[in-house]
Design a protein. Structure first.
Length: 324
């Protein structure tokens, strides 16, 4: 439970408790996808509902403060976990094979349809962190999305890692992680303090990421999809304007990595903004901390204004890298 000041409540009044509610929806293959939603009691067809797509193996609970912030400012919000993670984890991950493809084609697709059904008539928007931006492109119903905001969105192609950290990251994520996964049958990320425990198919996709994303997928999970080029096709059905943010100290979300992913969204108006920690008086932000509540005063106005109005705040942080 979060104690927040709801949108429209006078500042002089004491804050009330806002409780997120759990939900469950079924993917096309019958798997249960679970998460939480924040919904205003009064109906409003014009109110957007924002779906938060997490980073790889980051639980949806990490985004609760950000979800509450959006709710505070008049949005309904959905946060969920991909299969194998958090609320959507099976009893055992040993032998459980799920992939990035499944997270997009099945899990995000199911949540999109849930939002379209349960929040009928409301515009659907997406906030996507890291691989969450990649997941967006895989869903057949992504044409339902009206506006997109991403942070560090890319698909972990190792040659795009920051040059000064590339070989260290390669050793960690492309050597140690798959070896440990082979030993356990999944990646026990919690033991290492790196990630949540992660299905082996997701590890495989990460390790085998290629310059062209349709060349990435291998193994049993990918065999369910005969023509990998067909998996790329839905990227072009996204027509929602997109604001993509990258951070100069994000070793995953380099300019090359973010631009590589953005190129697949060929029918979306795309703006890429790059922010340095120093420009907002901070020593570091990195790949994960944009959604930490300590950055609410300095960074969260950027997604708020984009989601509300489709524009950037005047004198907002960062500079434009590209606009397509």
């Amino acid at each position: 439970m979060l104690t927040l000041l709801p949108h429209g409540q006078p500042p002089g009044q004491a804050p009330i408790a806002i409780v997120q509610r759990p939900f469950e929806t079924r993917a096309a293959d019958g798997y249960a996808i679970r998460g939480f939603f924040w919904r205003h009691p009064e109906g409003a067809a014009a109110r957007p509902v924002v779906i938060i797509n997490p980073a790889t193996s980051v639980r949806c609970r990490y985004y609760f403060r950000f979800a509450g912030f959006l709710f505070n400012h008049g949005f309904d919000v959905i946060a969920y976990d991909y299969r194998g993670i958090g609320e959507s984890r099976p009893e055992s991950l040993r032998g459980f094979d799920a992939s990035w493809i499944d997270w997009g084609r099945l899990d995000f697709e199911a949540v999109l349809r849930y939002a379209d059904r349960e929040f009928s008539g409301q515009p659907i928007q997406v906030v996507a962190h890291s691989v969450g931006g990649f997941i967006l492109g895989l869903a057949e119903s992504n044409h339902l999305v009206r506006r997109v905001f991403t942070v560090g969105a890319q698909y972990a192609y190792w040659r795009d890692y920051a040059a000064n950290a590339r070989w260290r990251m390669f050793a960690k994520w492309h050597v140690v992680m798959p070896l440990v996964t082979m030993l356990f049958g999944y990646f026990p990320g919690e033991k290492f303090g790196w990630l949540e425990d992660t299905p082996k198919g997701v590890v495989r996709d990460w390790v085998l990421s290629r310059e062209r994303c349709e060349e990435t997928w291998r193994g049993r999970a990918a065999m369910r999809y005969a023509d990998k080029r067909d998996l790329v096709r839905p990227f072009a059905t996204v027509t929602a304007p997109t604001l993509a943010v990258s951070l100069t100290d994000d070793e995953f979300g380099t300019v090359a990595a973010v631009e590589r992913l953005l190129a697949y969204f060929s029918h979306s108006l795309r703006t890429h903004v790059r922010i340095s920690p120093q420009s907002i008086g901070e020593p570091a932000i990195g790949h994960f901390d944009f959604f930490h509540s300590r950055f609410e005063p300095k960074l969260w106005q950027l997604p708020l204004q984009w989601l509300k109005f489709g524009s950037r705040p005047e004198n907002g942080p960062g500079f434009v890298v590209s606009s397509h």
